[in-house]
Design a protein around this ligand. Structure first.
Ligand code: IPM
Ligand code: MN
Length: 352
């Protein structure tokens, strides 16, 4: 078989630094010739230089890759030349929508020894290891809305959430499939007591799909209650399925309670494989620490493990995850640079 191509979008801020370490891990586990890495220059810097966010020709090229490794994008704070939303909508969301990344996969696990804001009475309740299956192509992220009477006291701005039976069914089914490979539990998170239209659709489809999986235990939480349980009893969760915006918010909280955003990995997955999937740390470009070798590359490296899994390379994915776990469990208070952490993990991978 031909060498798989991985498109690498380092992006801005700490994005390129952490992505370099993820590439290092992939090379360590699979060998120097296993993948062909192609770098793409995208993000705030390119936009400033050329005014381009995502030329159609680049999107078409990315479509030919086997997977995409993404760092982070975003202008520095105080940089007012770049209007909010340009990169988010024009780059990240453009890729997620164009490549039909309907499963936004966000695993959370509390590794032993990792500092957490959770009380010991909470961590004593059991192992914390869950995955949020966040819908990635619909909801409030569609850009469905508008503004009238802009700038006046009568201004009206709307963002209308789009939820289709097709879109909800496929992501809910994915969550149930994942649960059968885990601990057989799926929690639906929504707010059907207020968002009655979308809520009714999600609940009905959830119940219909659940009927196909009698071995899977089901649960429902309103999103506000879900935040309480994430802070007071996260061990209760196995697979959580929810819409795009609820999933965005819940996964930042999930990261915060399981060791912070430096460890949180994600996959923007197209399970049907009609386009390449994209793997990225949940964190942003952190311009305040960019270029200082202070960023933790762990989330980027764990995202590379998700990439390997998606490409069917389970054994390699497991080796990367095991190396990361061992590294995390051996961490001390002594600070290490981004490269030092990446090197230590690559060494463990090579030695395994
Ligand atoms: C994330 C980010 C993105 C999102 C932004 C940058 C568009 O917050 O990946 O969680 O809201 O999905
Ligand atoms: Mn987010």
């Amino acid at each position: 078989p031909s060498t798989p191509t991985i498109a690498v979008i380092g992006g801005d801020g700490i994005g390129p630094e952490v992505t370099r370490e993820a590439v290092k891990a992939l090379t360590a586990v699979a060998g120097g010739d296993a993948f062909s890495f192609v770098d793409y220059d995208l993000g705030a810097e390119r936009w400033k230089r050329t005014g381009e966010v995502m030329p159609d020709s680049v999107l078409a090229e990315l479509d030919g890759a086997d997977a995409i490794l993404f760092g982070a994008v975003g202008a520095a704070p105080g940089d007012t030349t770049m209007p909010s939303g340009i990169l988010e909508r024009g780059l990240i969301l453009r890729i997620r929508f164009a490549f039909d990344h309907y499963v936004n996969l966000r695993p959370s696990r509390l590794y032993s020894g990792v500092p957490t804001p959770l009380a010991s009475s909470v961590t004593d309740r059991g192992e914390i290891d869950f995955v949020v299956v966040r819908e990635g192509t619909e909801g409030l992220y569609c850009g469905n809305g508008g503004v009238v009477r802009t700038g006046t006291v009568h201004e009206i701005a709307t963002e209308v959430s789009v939820n289709t039976a097709f879109g909800v069914e496929r992501v809910v089914r994915d969550a149930f499939e994942r649960a059968t490979r885990r601990r057989n539990k799926v929690t639906l998170v929504h707010k059907h007591n207020v968002l009655v239209n979308a809520g009714r659709l999600w609940s009905r489809v959830f119940d219909e799909v659940a009927a196909d999986y009698p071995q899977v235990q089901t649960d429902y939480l309103h999103v506000d209650a879900a935040t309480i349980f994430l802070a007071t009893d996260p061990a209760r969760f196995d697979v959580v399925v929810t819409d795009n915006l609820f999933g965005d918010i819940l996964t930042d909280l999930a990261a915060a309670v399981t060791g912070g955003i430096g460890l949180a990995a994600s996959g923007n997955v197209n399970p049907a494989r009609t386009h390449p999937s994209m793997f990225e740390p949940v964190h942003g470009s952190a311009p305040d620490i960019a270029g200082q070798q202070k960023a933790d590359p762990t989330a980027a490296i764990l995202s590379a493990a998700l990439l390997l899994e998606h490409l069917g390379r389970q054994a390699e994915a497991a080796r990367v995850t095991e190396a990361v776990t061992a590294d995390i469990e051996s961490r001390t208070a002594a600070p290490r640079t981004t490269t030092e952490i990446g090197d230590a993990i690559a060494t463990r991978i090579a030695g395994a």
